[in-house]
Design a protein around this ligand. Sequence first.
Ligand code: FRU
Length: 504
Amino acid sequence: MDEKWRPQFHFTPEKNWMNDPNGLVFFEGEWHLFYQYNPHGIGWGHMSWGHAVSRDLVRWGHLPVAIPEENGVMAFSGSAVVDWKNTGRFGKDGGGGAPPLVAIYTGHRVDGSNQSQFIASSTDRGRTWERFAGNPVLDEKLANFRDPKVCWDEKRGRWVMVVAVCEERKVRFYKSSDLKKWELMSEFGPAGSVEGVWECPDLFELAVEGEKPRTGGGIARKWVLVVSVSGGGPTGGNGVQYFVGEFDGERFVADDAGGPGSERGKVLWVDQGADFYAPQSWSDVPEADGRRVAIAWMVNGRYAGAVPTSPWRSAMTLPRELTLRKTDRGVVRLFQEPVKELEALRGEKIEIKKGAIEGVNMQLFDKSVKGELLEIAAKFRAGGVGAEKFGINVRVGANGEKTVIGYDTASGKMFIDRRKAGEVGFHQEFGSVHEAAIEMRDGMLSMRVFVDRSSVEVFANDGEAAMTELILPDPGSIGVEVWGESFGTLVEGMEVWRLKSVWR
Ligand code: FRU
C-alpha cells in the first residue's frame, strides 16, 4: 500500500476508521491485534473489533471483523485472554481440545444509556467469535464504565479485571473464577491526572531492573497501573499516565512514600508526545519470551477525526517493550524501547564517526543521508559551555519543511517542533512544539528516532523518555540534518539505517 502518508512499518487498517488496540493476546505463535474499528466509514462510529495477526510484530495479516456492532450495542474497547484451564467452559468438546480465547469488552448501548462488560469466545485461534448468551457479565447500571483489562492471578488462581469508572476518575478491580461472574474487590483513584475522564486501564507486574532483591531472595518486582486520560495530557488533549506500586490480588497501592528521591504528586506519563493513546499490553506472552509488549493508538483525540489521510484513518505506534528500571535519581520508572524484531526492517546502514558541532546549524551529514523511512541512533555530548541546543532534523525539504527533534540543556528538555513539518492546517493545535523532561546521563543524551511516512517516535536515554508525534510531510521532503547551536557539542557517534517497507 503506497498512498500518500500511508505508514510503511506501522499498522494501519486497509481502509476506514481505527482507534484503540483491543484484545491483545499471544496464542499459538500469533500476536493478535484487535482494534476499535468502523467497518462502514472513515469517521468514528459502528464500533466493532477489527482484527490482524502477526508472527513477528512487524508484518501484519488483515483478517475480517471479529466482533461487530450488534442489536444497538457497539463493541467498545477491551482485552482478551487464553483460558488455559477452560474456567469459563467455552472450550471445544467440553474443554478437551485447545484452550479457548475469551474476549472481554464493553458493550456500549448506542443510545448512550449504559456501558457494561460483555464476553465472547473463540475456539478457532480467534478467527470466529461467539458472544456469550448470558451477556452482560458485569453491569453496574452506569453510562460510563468501560475498557476491561483482564489478567490471570496465578497466585490466587483467579481472574482479575481492571475497568474504568470514567467520570469518577477511578478504576475498579473485580475478581472471577470463570470470567462470567465478577465480584468487586477495590477501587483506585482519583489520583495523578484527573482533568480528563479515565479510560483504557492496564495492569501488569514487572521485575525492577537495577534493584537489589529484597531479603528472602527473588527479584524485586513492582506492579504498574496504566490509565489513559481524555484531557490534560502532556501536550494538552489526551495522554497516558501510569502509577508504580503494589497489587496484593485485591488492591492497588501506588508508591508515593515521600522522602529522598520521591516525586510525590508528579504525574508520570508513558509517552510525552502528542500522539500516543489507549495503549494495551499483550496477554499470555510465553514465559520463554517473558517480555511485556504494548502498542498504542497513534493520534491525539483533539484532531483524530481531522487527520487528512485516506482511505484509512489512524495508525498504531510501534510495538514497544516495557521495562521498570531504577533511575539515577533512585526512583522506579517505566522505560520503553521498540521491540527488537523491528531490526529486521534495517537496510543500508550509514555510520557517522565522532564529530564536533562547531557552528550554528552546522551539518555533519553529507547530503546523501536521506530517506523517508529511517532509524537513527545518535549520541550527543554537551560541551559544558553553558546553554546548548542540539538535535536532528528529519523529513527536511527544499520548501523549508522540517521536523525538528532537539534537546535544550538549559531546560533539560527534549522537544519535537512540527510547526513546519508539512500539512498542519487541518487543526489549529497540530502545528506546535512539544517537550519532554529528560536528564542527560554523564553529560550525554542518546536519541533513537524512527521516521515513517507520517510519524516520528523518539526514545531518549534507552527509553527513559519517549515522544510520539504524527507528521504529514511532502513525499519529497527526505533530508536529514544534525545541528547544534553552540561550539563544543559533540556527536559521539551516529548510525542511520534506511528501513524497508513492510508492504514490499
Ligand atoms: C478510548 C475510547 C474508549 C472506548 C473506545 C470507543 O479512545 O473512548 O474508552 O472504549 O474509545 O471507541
